[in-house]
Structures are given as structure tokens and as C-alpha cells.
Ligand binder design. Structure first.
Ligand code: GLN
Ligand code: ZN
Length: 768
């Protein structure tokens, strides 16, 4: 008999109860008991939901108040010594590691990438979980790091589930993945050397779970989908020999990426079962089925845990049936459902047709149950549900809402020069210099100015229909005029309108483009209590009308200085959305690029001389396997170039990137061929720029001189110092002066002070 399970379930709850409980707790409005109670209720509800859907196991251990890696840091007894904990309670230490001791909320820049969230100095670093937008707390390892069973929490949760009468499958992050995703904090120290000390604690953990009566333990080793150094690959076998001896049935679990050279290793490891991601690596499934000994359980991640589309049950059954004839299967989601919204039933604003195409976490449970029934009892047993799904899929495939012939036609009939500016950069640079006559070290900002509570309130009132369109527009124009006036007074060289009318840099465009839908409750955890609501790209993308042109035109009308138009780039829009699965991502990206190109051309026609196309997410789109980087970078860079190449040489194109490691993709950043790139650098004290210097980055650069995540105003000397460092690696005539990122989370007083210092620093540099 086949069995069914999921690798993990969303934690927040239908009404984001966890978020609100956490925030109350942090504000001191509720105590630990009440927070614990909320956690307990959410877990109980999630397990009941899994049982109600007919799954054979509920998953225990996927819940976390902040992050599951942080749970493991505590459970494995390796809280960093540098924090200097004394006798604080477990939960106090937990949140101190997550958020630092200061207890204040960090200020996000709203760019969706929160790796750089400002935390208290003591907090652990946070980084993206594989290629998702979920951020985990990074374990820290030293030569003298020790491990011990440091928390009873998991056993408590198992006991809860058992008391409720559920069949329990516990889940752990595997020891190698845990070590690999951490950071070595000493020079020349290989954290893999800690494995020997770590394994006994895993052994203890597994033995305890076994004692509790847990049969299966899902042990996640997603690093098997990465390009692993040999030392790490070789460590798996001895490690799993030890773990397997603890007596629990281990379901070795991989996801997100093909196993490739690790495939036979994964099949051979001493474990009672293997889970593979049949959505991301369908081509490997047959081989896995061949190589995995028949007495082992093969768990097939057949329902997509990373996207929101209803499954193609016929296609899934065609994959599963031949496997099921030969062996017992576990039917599962490809990965944890942490990465999709909770329940479609909460979407009251989506139209029924669109809804019929989607499956959120709750719906995916049903899909797994239907697949099981169809396999074991024949399709007749679930004919109704199956037929529904089939009809919805057929409707989606042929829907005129999805397919727009002119959009497709345009994408396939692009001329050869569509991704090329008229002239190479040196010629453009000369023309732009002649046109703008900017001083050396020109000053500018990255786009946004403060989104004050008044602005948000006005937008909310407008959306509720309480504020007329005229009144809203007038309010926004007042803000724009204010921002322009301040920039003129400060003496900045290239101005921006401030992005006051935008809620979010992707949503704002998605709302105006064809092919996008927005949920009202489609929250996905980004980190801690922070959730995002990614748009859904369901159809061919086009731009029916100008999106930003009138705002930019108005802003330009207020000043003689050049006004910089502000757009979000195609790769970033793609990256921060749920993307349709019925065509390659590259095709969807190309459609978005053409839509943005139309807007760029529209801005130029409206007299906007400088246009910035933000691409902060270009790095995070990189595939997990390096062999696939080239292909991704080729289409991503081309998409940017297409969006930017519809304008004359005299129109200056900027791009902006932040908070990623760029040095390994510098040739590709250069290939984007923006006239100016502004990047975040102030935190690394211009370290990042060294890469640009060594590579001899050919175009103009504005290295950020103000860490906008901090309220601290940089002094003039400091900015001069940073820019001098920059001039040592970049020709000074190619340098701009600007902050690290947008200023929407900062207050006006500190902005004025910091920008004034920026302008003074520029003057001083020009004199010397
Ligand atoms: N133009 C955007 C802003 O200023 C850029 C944000 C970002 O880089 N994430 O807010
Ligand atoms: Zn930025």
C-alpha cells in the first residue's frame, strides 16, 4: 500500500496568527505561555488538516517560532558562545539569536531580499534557504564548538501529536546539511571536522524519537542537490551508517535540485527510504527507481511545493503508475509547503476561473490523497475530483486570458538588434556627457523616499474608495513636489520623484500589467514574522498602458535638473512572483522585458532623460547547480538588455543592485551594459568594489556610501574616504555618489542630513 505525506506545512496560520502573536510577544503584550499556546494550536490545526485530507502521516518538527534552522541550533546545543548567554530561558535565547538583544524591529528596505535586514549586533546572520525567498538563521561554527541535546521542544511536539492520536513522521535537518549551511567562524577552519562531534547528538535524538514510538524520521539533506566538494560527499556514508544504527526508519530527503553525481550515493546510503523532487528533477526519477534497492521506500515528490498551480493528475499518474507496479511508494509534495500560501479558500477576491487553476498548501494535500486513491483503487474511485482537475487544466491551457497571440508573436519576431543599444558604451558616454554636463562625482539617490504613515493611509483610503482618484493624485503630487524641492535645495545632480505612489516595487508594476493576479491572503513566510504576498503570473504579459510616465513627467516639470525615471527590471519581477509553469521561465521573462521596454520608451518620449531599471534580484535567480548558471545568465542578461535598448544613445540607463555577492557574475553584470550601475557597498567598506576594479568594469558606477539600514548619518569625511578608496580601483571619471539602496524606510531628517553630507563630499572631491 502506498503512503502519503508532506515534507512540511506553512506555519503562520490562516490569519497569520503566528505573526501577530510573535509581534505581541516582542512588544511585551503577551507572555511566553500565550505564545506557546498559539504555537500549540497552530500545530494541532495543521496536523488535523493533514489527517482530514487523508494523509497517512502528520509531519512533526516543521513548526518553528522563527526558523527551523534556529530550532536545530538550539536542539543541537550549539548556540554561539560569543552571545554570552547566562541563565536566560530557552525562548529568550532563541529570540535573542534571531533578532539581537536590542529587541527592536530592524528596518527592511522593502526590496524583498531581507538577507541584509538590520538586526541587533548579536543576532545570527540570516541568508536565503537554497533558491527560495525563505531566510534561515546561519549556524556559527568554531574549532571548539560543542554539541549536546539542548532542547526538548521536538519531543514535546511529538508527544502532542501522539496525544492527539496522529501517526507521526518527525522531520530533522540532516547533520551534513546543518553543518554545510552554517559558517566557519575561524580562519582555515573546516566545519566538516565537527561532524564527528555532532553525530552522537543526532544518534541520541533519533533514539529518543524511536522511544517515543516514532517510526519514520524524515531527515533532510537537500545539499545533495548542490555541487558538493568531495570531502562532503564522502562524509555521507559513514555518517549515515551511524545514524541508521539508532533504529528509526530514516527517510533521506532531497529537494530543489537534481542529484546528478550524488544520485547513486543517495540511493546507496543506509536509510530506509529516499525522497526525491520529481518536479525539479523529473528526468532522474527512473534512474532513482532503478538504483534504489526495492526494499527501500521511494518517496516521490510529485506535487509541486514551490508553485501555486493545480497539479496535472494525469501526468502525475503516468509517472507514478509504472513505479507503483514494482514497489511501494510514498506520495508527497516535492518539498515543504512552507513556500506556498496556505489555503485557496481564503481568496475571496480571485475570480472562480483563476481559482480553479490554482492549488495552495491545503489543496495540495487533497491532490496527494487523490493520487493515492487513483493508484490503489483505480481512477473510478476519484473520478469526480479527477475530472474537475482535468477540466480546469484544459481550460487553463486554452484560455484566452492566458494566451495572447500578439504578445507571443512579438516575442518570436524580435529583430537581431533588439538587445543592443545603438552605439557602444564609449560613444554613448560621450553623447550623454555632452547632453547632461554633470560635474565629476555626480550625486543621485536610488529612487524611493519615505513611505510615511500619511502616504500609506492615503493609499489605503483610495483603495477602499474613501478617497477620490483626484484627491489621491493630488496628495501624491504634493509629496513628489516636496521631494523634488528638497533634492534641489540639497543640490543633488540627478533627481528622483520618490516612488511615493508605489506600495511595492513588484506589485506596483504587476497590478498594471496584463497576465498578473494578486491574492488577498497568499502570504508566504520570508523570515521570522515577516511574510510576503508574491503576485501570480498566470498569462502572457503585456503593458496595456503607461505605468509611471505621468508621475515622472510631472516630477520633471518641476525642475531643470535631469529627472530619473524609475522601473523594476524583468528579472526581479519574475523572481519575486509565482511564475506560470506552462512555458519556460525565460519566455515569461522575455515578455516582461518587452513590457518594461515599452515603458522605457514611453518615459523617453515624455522627456525623461535618465531611466533606472532596478535588478536587485538578478543574483538570487541563479540555479543551484553551477552548470546551469550560463544558460540562466544568458537569458536574464538578454531580458535586461531588451528592456533597456529601445532608447537613443543620449538617454542614460541606470541599473541598481544590492545585498548580494556579485563578484562571481561580474562579466554578466557588465554584459547588461547599463550606462550606470548603483550598488550597495558601504557595509563591506568598498570590498565589493575591488571585484569591479579588478575586473575593470567598463561603465559608470555609483558605489553606495550610506548604509540605509542604519539611521546613522555618514559624515562628510567618511564619504570622502570611501570615495577615495573607490577611486583607487575605478577611474574617478566613472564614479557616482549615492546611498546603498532606496530610502523608503528612513525618515526625512536623517535623509536630509545624509544627502547634504553626500553633496558636500562630492564638492570636496571635485575640488581636490
Ligand atoms: N528603486 C527602489 C527603491 O529605491 C530600489 C529598491 C531595491 O533595490 N530593492 O526603493
Ligand atoms: Zn537596493
Amino acid at each position: 500500500m502506498n503512503i502519503t505525506h508532506v515534507l512540511g506545512y506553512p506555519r503562520m496560520g490562516e490569519a497569520r496568527e503566528l505573526k501577530f502573536a510573535l509581534e505581541k510577544f516582542w512588544r511585551g503584550e503577551i507572555g511566553e505561555d500565550e505564545l506557546e499556546q498559539t504555537g500549540k494550536e497552530l500545530r494541532a490545526r495543521n496536523w488535523q488538516t493533514q489527517r482530514d485530507a487523508g494523509l497517512d502521516f502528520v509531519t512533526v518538527g516543521d513548526f518553528a517560532f522563527y526558523d527551523h534552522m534556529l530550532n536545530h541550533i538550539q536542539m543541537l546545543g550549539c548556540e554561539p558562545a560569543r552571545i554570552g548567554f547566562g541563565n536566560e530561558g530557552e525562548l529568550t535565547r532563541y529570540f535573542a539569536m534571531a533578532r539581537g538583544q536590542i529587541g527592536a524591529h530592524g528596518a527592511g528596505c522593502g526590496c524583498g531580499s531581507h538577507s541584509h535586514q538590520s538586526q541587533g549586533a548579536l543576532a545570527l546572520e540570516m541568508t536565503k534557504w537554497f533558491d527560495t525567498n525563505y531566510h534561515y538563521q546561519v549556524p556559527e561554527f568554531h574549532p571548539d564548538t560543542t554539541f549536546r541535546l539542548g532542547s526538548e521542544r521536538l519531543f514535546g511536539e511529538v508527544a502532542e501529536a501522539l496525544a492527539l492520536g496522529h501517526p507521526v513522521k518527525a522531520v530533522l535537518v540532516g547533520p551534513l546539511t546543518f553543518l554545510y549551511l552554517g559558517k566557519s567562524k575561524a580562519a582555515d577552519f573546516d566545519r566538516l571536522s565537527l561532524l564527528e562531534k555532532l553525530l552522537p547528538v543526532y544518534g541520541e535524538l533519533l533514539a529518543r524519537l524511536r522511544q517515543q514510538g516514532v517510526e519514520w524520521v524524515q531527515i533532510d539533506e537537500p545539499i545533495l542537490g548542490l555541487d558538493l566538494p568531495d570531502t562532503w560527499r564522502n562524509a555521507f556514508e559513514p555518517a549515515y551508517h551511524l545514524l541508521n544504527a539508532a533504529g528509526a526508519k530514516l527517510l533521506l530527503t532531497t529537494y530543489f535540485s537534481p542529484l546528478q553525481e550524488n544520485l547513486s550515493l543517495a540511493c546507496k546510503l543506509p536509510a530506509a527510504g529516499l525522497h526525491v523532487d520529481a518536479v525539479r528533477a523529473p528526468q532522474e526519477l527512473a534512474q532513482v527507481a532503478d538504483w534504489l534497492p526495492i526494499h527501500k521506500l521511494l518517496s516521490v515528490g510529485i506535487v509541486d511545493g514551490r508553485n501555486v498551480w493545480r497539479a496535472d493528475l494525469d501526468a502525475a499518474l503516468a509517472v507514478l503508475r509504472p513505479l507503483a507496479e514494482k514497489r511501494q511508494l510514498a506520495l508527497a509534495t516535492s518539498c515543504s509547503l512552507l513556500h506556498v500560501p496556505l489555503d485557496l479558500k481564503l481568496e475571496t477576491a480571485l475570480d472562480p476561473e483563476l481559482k480553479s487553476w490554482l492549488a495552495f498548501a491545503r489543496q495540495k494535500l487533497d491532490e496527494i490523497a487523490v493520487l493515492k486513491a487513483a493508484l490503489s483503487q483505480g481512477e473510478g474511485a476519484v473520478a469526480g475530483k479527477h475530472e474537475d482537475a482535468r477540466r480546469a487544466l484544459a481550460a487553463r491551457r486554452s484560455s484566452p486570458r492566458v494566451h495572447c497571440a500578439p504578445v507571443k508573436q512579438r516575442a518570436i519576431s524580435l529583430g537581431p538588434g533588439v538587445d543592443r543599444r545603438d552605439s557602444p558604451f564609449p560613444i554613448r558616454q560621450a553623447r550623454q556627457r555632452a547632453r547632461f554636463k554633470l560635474p565629476p562625482y555626480p550625486t543621485t539617490t536610488i529612487g524611493s523616499f519615505p513611505q510615511t504613515p500619511e502616504i500609506r493611509a492615503a493609499r489605503a483610503a483610495f483603495k477602499r474608495g474613501e478617497l477620490s482618484a483626484e484627491a489621491y493624485e493630488a496628495a501624491m503630487k504634493r509629496e513628489i513636489a516636496h521631494a523634488v524641492k528638497i533634492q534641489e535645495e540639497l543640490g543633488l545632480d540627478v533627481l528622483v520623484h520618490g516612488e511615493v505612489e508605489r506600495n511595492d516595487m513588484v506589485e506596483y508594476f504587476g497590478e498594471q500589467l496584463e497576465g498578473f493576479a494578486f491574492t488577498c491572503n497568499g502570504w508566504v513566510q520570508s523570515y521570522g514574522s515577516r511574510c510576503v504576498k508574491p503576485p501570480i503570473i498566470f498569462g502572457d504579459v503585456s503593458r496595456p498602458r503607461p505605468m509611471t510616465v505621468e508621475w515622472a513627467r510631472y516630477a520633471q516639470s518641476l525642475t531643470d535638473k535631469p529627472m530619473k525615471g524609475m522601473l523594476t527590471g524583468p528579472v526581479t519581477i519574475l523572481q519575486w512572483s509565482f511564475v506560470r509553469d506552462d512555458q519556460p521561465r525565460s519566455e515569461t521573462c522575455l515578455q516582461i522585458a518587452l513590457a518594461i521596454r515599452d515603458e522605457v520608451v514611453g518615459l523617453e518620449a515624455a522627456g525623461i532623460p535618465i531611466i533606472q531599471i532596478d535588478e536587485p534580484a538578478i543574483r538570487e535567480g541563479l540555479p543551484l547547480r553551477r552548470a546551469q548558471w550560463k544558460d540562466y545568465l544568458a537569458w536574464a542578461v538578454r531580458a535586461f538588455r531588451i528592456s533597456a535598448s529601445g532608447v537613443a544613445d543620449e538617454t542614460q540607463i541606470h541599473t541598481h543592485m544590492c545585498y548580494s555577492e556579485f563578484n562571481d557574475i561580474l562579466p554578466d553584470i557588465a554584459a547588461m551594459d547599463a550606462d550606470v550601475i548603483t550598488i550597495e557597498t558601504s557595509r563591506s567598506d568598498m570590498e565589493l568594489l575591488r571585484g569591479f576594479g579588478e575586473f575593470k568594469y567598463p561603465n559608470e558606477i555609483g558605489p553606495g556610501v550610506w548604509d540605509i539600514h542604519s539611521p546613522r548619518v555618514p559624515a562628510v569625511e567618511e564619504i570622502v574616504h570611501l570615495m577615495k578608496k573607490a577611486s583607487a580601483v575605478i577611474p574617478p571619471e566613472n564614479l557616482w555618489i549615492n546611498p546603498d539602496c532606496g530610502l523608503k524606510t528612513r525618515g526625512w531628517p536623517e535623509i536630509e542630513a545624509a544627502l547634504l553630507n553626500m553633496v558636500s563630499a562630492a564638492r570636496r572631491l571635485r575640488e581636490s
